[in-house]
Design a protein around this ligand. Sequence first.
Ligand code: OAD
Length: 246
Amino acid sequence: MDLAGAARALGAARRVAVLTGAGISAESGVPTFRDAQTGLWARYRPEDLATPQAFAREPQLVWEWYTWRRELVARAQPNAGHRALVELAACVQHMTLISQNVDHLHELAGSRDVLKLHGSLFANIREDDRLPVADSDRTDDVPPRCRVTGQRVRPGVVWFGESLPADVLHAALEAAREADVFLSIGTSSAVEPAASLPFMASQRGATVIEINPDTTPLTGRCEYSLRGPAAEVLPVLVRHAFASVE
Ligand code: OAD
């Protein structure tokens, strides 16, 4: 672990792109995707529930799983990792925060303009045209229906096999291409297109820093791999980065 080197690179960067995954919210009590599920949901894999096919087949089951996740996330609080990114944004000239997470913990911590690649748990959209539905426009069915069009209502998240919001993806790609430092935090680097962002940044000359307790496909390809939980490593990294340029 070369914290000093990573801190020097971060402290010298003008443009920083940050990509977060489920691991940054782990210490807030939100289970990651590739952790085994517990309790009621132990017999399902998230990958089997987060698809349009699963919703078409078993809409009630999928809606109830999202209701459980919404309730779990609604009780969660941002941790020191989320807060360190707010601090980082205040220290660098330009920072873009890209997240695969559908929780709202970055926003609750105070991060602004988060590029949410996979949408939000707290949004609802119509199944067929994927347009937003206000709470007042939905029925109490499980899953609800849109009172105006009769379409089924589904969570406003990106499911496996679906395309990402084009404007959000475009902004994320641009941030990756322009970054001097790219930080990849708490993601298994397994899901495209997010997984390609650090590689793209690296090809354009960025220094890539990974924070994760485990190895990922990115580990061997980045300049610095800081092994540990984000809520511990990230505050130390930010503190060192900006102490070292003073
Ligand atoms: P994953 O569940 O695939 O990976 C979580 C990563 O976080 C793993 O690499 C863990 O080692 C790491 N991790 C665990 N605890 C950590 C901690 N305290 N600090 C830092 N890292 C920690 O989650 P994602 O990579 O976010 O997509 O998954 C990507 C996408 O796959 C999700 O957005 C979701 C999912 O299926 C969709 O739903 C479209």
